[in-house]
Write a protein that binds this ligand. Sequence first.
Ligand code: CP
Length: 306
Amino acid sequence: MKNVMSPLDFSVEELEALMDKATDIMAHPQKYAHACDGKILATLFYEPSTRTRLSFEAAMLRLGGKTLGFHSADSSSATKGETVADTIRVISSFADICAMRHPKEGAPMVAAEKSSIPVINAGDGGHQHPTQTLTDLMTIHSLKGHFDNLTIGMCGDLKFGRTVHSLIEALLRYSNIHFVFISPKELMLPGYIKDKLDSHPDIQYEEVTTLEEVLPKLDVLYMTRVQRERFFNEEDYVRLKDFYILDKKKMALAGPDMLVLHPLPRVNEISTEIDDDPRAVFFKQVKFGMYIRMALILKLLDINVD
Ligand code: CP
């Protein structure tokens, strides 16, 4: 595999191998500390990021490689009108692998078509965020041990949340998952995702607007923030931004083993009062993200460490 545009670029078996590799890296970091000596990762971020960009960079540095890149379109020649296609041709001369985030859906795919190095989609508009999905899968798999037969709630902005769209598509390949989609009606899942759900007869899903009523039955609750940057008007954003706030009172309704994930950043949707609850695993999730990106870099660069 040369590029990663969607979580579906991996077979279920490849995903398992990737998670196994990440688990081994976590257990034996020293074994991998020079695996990427002499290699360079470029991070081309046309849209803001904290976790994804820095976890890619930390991943490459921990593998012994180096990094270069830009963190906003404003600090690149995009401001002078350079296209993504030209930029990636240039970066292909400087780096061995590239992670790209772009506000336009499909931009990393355009780059991949012109690139001579592997391109990883690090989030394109409201479309896909495959390495966040790898992070989420790794977190659930490491802490629950399996995906089959889980009841997974997804709450918040299900319309614009690309992490939700990517995660649903990846989970559709497992058996007997029950999804519970919790959102205000303005932020319900897009029709094209529901069409995909409908084409899997062993997948059940329900859509609700109230979090409290479903909390007791969830194995995993995936919270998301309302995506201010994708709203056309501020008034709608202000009306919807605090629709769900997960606090101690609501956590009391959930089971003792329910995991709370969030791709982060959070705004108000998870109260800091639950941060010390052992079920709140969103900061552990960030760490899993770095290790799975280390495994991904090794795979794309075809580097084997035994
Ligand atoms: N989860 C995530 O994509 O975070 P950043 O926007 O900070 O990269």
